[in-house]
Ligand binder design. Structure first.
Ligand SMILES: Nc1ncnc2c1ncn2[C@@H]1O[C@H](COP(=O)(O)OP(=O)(O)OP(=O)(O)O)[C@@H](O)[C@H]1O
Ligand SMILES: [Mg+2]
Length: 311
């Protein structure tokens, strides 16, 4: 644990050089990566999404592939295809861009539902199936998808089953005035992204992910966490509550938060701190509360406030 934890500070530092003034976004990204999950970044253009994904890949010497999702993108453009080899008349599999460590899926909601769903198996099983043959994806495998919250014309909103496969959803947000100024100075002659050097490698990341799974969760804390997701299923403002998959992910993200803090056990505060980014995107508001202007984040917050914290 201590040995693995040692690379956390340099990791935070390296990501901080490319993303000024948004430490919360860096923490959330690290939670997503360490919990072995996929991340949905909901943000406007130009706030550093691609830069952050590239920096993360460099930190762990990972392969990072970017795909711009458009309405005409086909499933085979993501997964790959069997191509006839004219020399011997046999079919050979040509892997698509999904065969990578970090798949940056830009504007995922612009693709047709058919192409979006091509990612479903990859995200849940870390494998793809084509013509009855299963191909295993590299490990670690992380999808970092983006969508623009303002520009919804011509988009296909991600279906619930797709959203449920994202461990965390958050936005990066604008830097403060001072942080933006610091960004200008740091970038006057060079791009800080070029200076990001590795702090670990893919095996190091996999080792950290398994250390996260070893973090102790006391039965009382597990019950607290389960109560929170169960409450979403009976909440009058929600028409769709959290799935058992969501409960599992909340457990894992809380463990990852304890790991980041260098603690060997999960506290109720860990659960509280990650409940909104882990749960809110998986929930659907009932029609009345949608018109009332309520958000699923606000509902999760109210549940977290209400459920008794174990002592
Ligand atoms: N908070 C920040 N700190 C430092 N640099 C930033 C920050 N936000 C954006 N930048 C810089 O702005 C530029 C644009 O960022 P980037 O390409 O990562 O944005 P993006 O969110 O991927 O945009 P798009 O949605 O258009 O793809 C990059 O050079 C990046 O380094
Ligand atoms: Mg980008």
């Amino acid at each position: 644990m201590t040995d693995l934890h040692r690379s956390i500070a340099p990791l935070r530092q390296a990501l901080g050089t490319v993303l000024s003034g948004r430490p919360e976004a860096i923490e959330l990204l690290l939670l997503g990566v360490l919990s072995g999950g996929h991340v949905l970044l909901e943000d406007v253009p130009g706030v550093g999404k691609t830069t952050l994904a590239r920096a993360l890949a460099q930190c762990f010497r990972l392969k990072c592939t970017r795909v711009q999702f458009t309405p005409d993108l086909l499933p085979s453009d993501i997964l790959g295809a069997s191509v006839l080899d004219p020399r011997d008349g046999s079919f050979r599999f040509h892997p698509g861009p999904v065969f990578t460590n970090i798949l940056l899926a830009d504007e995922l909601n612009r693709a047709s539902p058919r192409t979006q769903s091509a990612l479903l198996e990859a995200m849940n099983e870390a494998q793809t199936t084509l013509d009855g043959t299963t191909h295993t994806l590299p490990s670690p495998f992380l999808v970092l998808a983006t969508q623009n919250p303002l520009d919804s014309a011509g988009t296909h909103p991600l279906p619930e089953a797709q959203l449920d496969r994202f461990t965390l959803r958050f936005s990066i947000g604008y830097p403060s005035d001072e942080a933006e100024l610091a960004m200008l100075m740091a970038r006057q002659t060079r791009d800080p992204l070029d200076a990001v050097s590795p702090v670990a490698d893919a095996e190091g990341l996999v080792a950290m992910q398994s250390a996260v799974r070893e973090i102790t969760v006391k039965p009382a804390v597990a019950r607290y966490l389960q109560r929170i997701t169960a409450e979403t299923r009976r909440h009058p403002d929600l028409s769709l509550g959290a799935s058992p998959r969501a409960t599992l992910r909340l457990f894992r993200v809380a463990q990852a938060r304890a790991f980041l803090a260098g603690r060997g056990f999960v506290t109720p505060d860990d659960v509280k701190a990650v409940a909104v980014p882990t749960l809110a995107h998986r929930l659907a508001l009932s029609p009345q509360s949608r018109f009332g202007g309520r958000s699923t984040s606000a509902v999760v917050l109210s549940i977290v406030e209400r459920v008794d914290v174990p002592v």
